[in-house]
Design a protein around this ligand. Structure first.
Ligand code: AMP
Length: 370
């Protein structure tokens, strides 16, 4: 029977899943919000705009009676997904997605699994914020419980700006205050889990952020010990099992001495996994499609050393970016400051060449000062 996957969202992650799924004979449809830019997925399948009064049955029909529904983003309508679950499988399941949609519920869930995290406190009032400022290590990261990503909806609170932040936030509102983590590096781990509980994990990725947003990645992460990698993998295995997860999931971590602290879970294919498109036997996108379609998972083995440069609000032409070891992926979007417009991946047989090439591309895209 021919498979059809409906994806909630029509951005670049949906695009790359479709581009990897179409060659396997799978068709796609995309559910987008009214006014959402659909350029990334134009011509890759049916695009359905959500209307307020549409029943879940009508939506399921409009999406072409998909075999399975999946997501490309975290901020999804969980009650709608639960309704759609009566019509076809929804992977990852809505209960799991709900846990990761809110930073506080995510942290409490990770704590219940005894996974190490930065110290945190719930903040919903001025008094709670004052208390957090008086107890947590500064600079404190104050993050909104929902709708916050890539450093958006966040404050970095120091002794100098604490009074300003206290007076500028309107309560009641929902936040998590986090102690400063004096990390040496940031890494992420990407896993894929099948419907029959088979888990494969990609090699760790080292990530470099600029203004809270991922700028470059290097994989496999060069500086982790085998013990740190095994520990992190055991956290990820616990997480996917606990929520009966199906699909690709990303765990972002801080490396602090010997400790690995989990910062955030992204229940979807992830920017830090873009290197897998050219640098792993199976890309994260293909493995997500395979997992939700009940197909055998592909190997997550790395092929050589990969680097990735995100194109944020800037772009490179194919002439500038492509060479024997460098590959350009553009998402087809219009330019806006900080907007993710594309990425370049590089692949070599050694770290020096991969790092040097990413640095050259970074300067080409952003100039000397990013
Ligand atoms: P997030 O939105 O949680 O992914 O945070 C964006 C970036 O801010 C992270 O990748 C880190 O570089 C930095 N960051 C976030 N939380 C902390 C923290 N508790 N301590 C130090 N740096 C942090």
């Amino acid at each position: 029977m021919s498979q059809r996957i409906a994806i909630i969202g029509g951005g670049q992650l949906a695009r790359m899943m479709a581009l990897d799924g179409i060659p396997m004979g799978i068709s796609f449809s995309f559910l987008v919000e009214h006014g959402e830019d659909t350029r990334c997925v134009n011509n890759l399948g049916d695009i359905v705009t959500r209307s307020a009064d549409q029943s879940s049955q009508a939506l399921y029909e409009a999406l072409g009676q998909p075999t399975v529904i999946t997501v490309e983003k975290e901020h999804v309508d969980i009650p709608l997904l639960r309704e759609l679950q009566s019509l076809c499988p929804v992977y990852p399941n809505p209960d799991g997605l709900e846990k990761f949609k809110n930073r506080l519920s995510e942290k409490r869930f990770l704590q219940s699994l005894e996974i190490p995290l930065a110290a945190f406190q719930e903040v919903t009032s001025r008094e709670e914020l004052e208390q957090a400022i008086n107890t947590l290590a500064k600079p404190i990261f104050l993050k909104s419980q929902e709708q916050g990503y890539d450093g958006y909806n966040q404050y970095k609170i120091t002794d100098d700006n604490a009074a300003d932040v206290l007076s500028s936030i309107e309560f009641p509102s929902q936040w998590v205050a986090e102690s400063f983590v004096d990390f040496q590096r940031e890494v992420s781990f990407i896993a894929v889990r099948s419907t029959s509980n088979k888990v494969r994990i990609y090699p760790a990725v080292e990530n470099y952020h600029h203004n809270g947003t991922l700028l470059t990645s290097l994989a496999p992460a060069p500086e982790l010990s085998d013990d740190q990698i095994e520990r992190a993998k055991s956290y990820l295995k616990k997480i996917v099992k606990a929520v009966d997860y199906v699909g690709v999931i990303c765990m972002e971590c801080f490396v602090c001495g010997d400790d690995i602290l989990v910062n955030e879970i992204a229940p979807r294919v992830h920017n830090s996994g873009h290197w897998t498109s050219k640098g792993a036997l199976t890309s994260q996108f293909e493995n997500h499609v395979r997992a939700v379609s009940d197909l055998p998972l592909g190997s997550t083995e790395a092929l050589g050393i990969s680097g990735m440069l995100n194109l944020l609000g800037v772009t490179l032409s194919a002439e500038q970016a492509c060479d024997a070891h460098s590959f350009l992926t553009l998402y087809g979007k219009t330019t806006r400051p900080r907007r993710k417009l594309g990425h370049v991946t590089v692949n070599y047989n050694n770290y020096d060449d991969a790092i040097t090439r990413v640095k050259t591309l970074e300067e080409l895209a952003y100039g000397k000062d990013v």
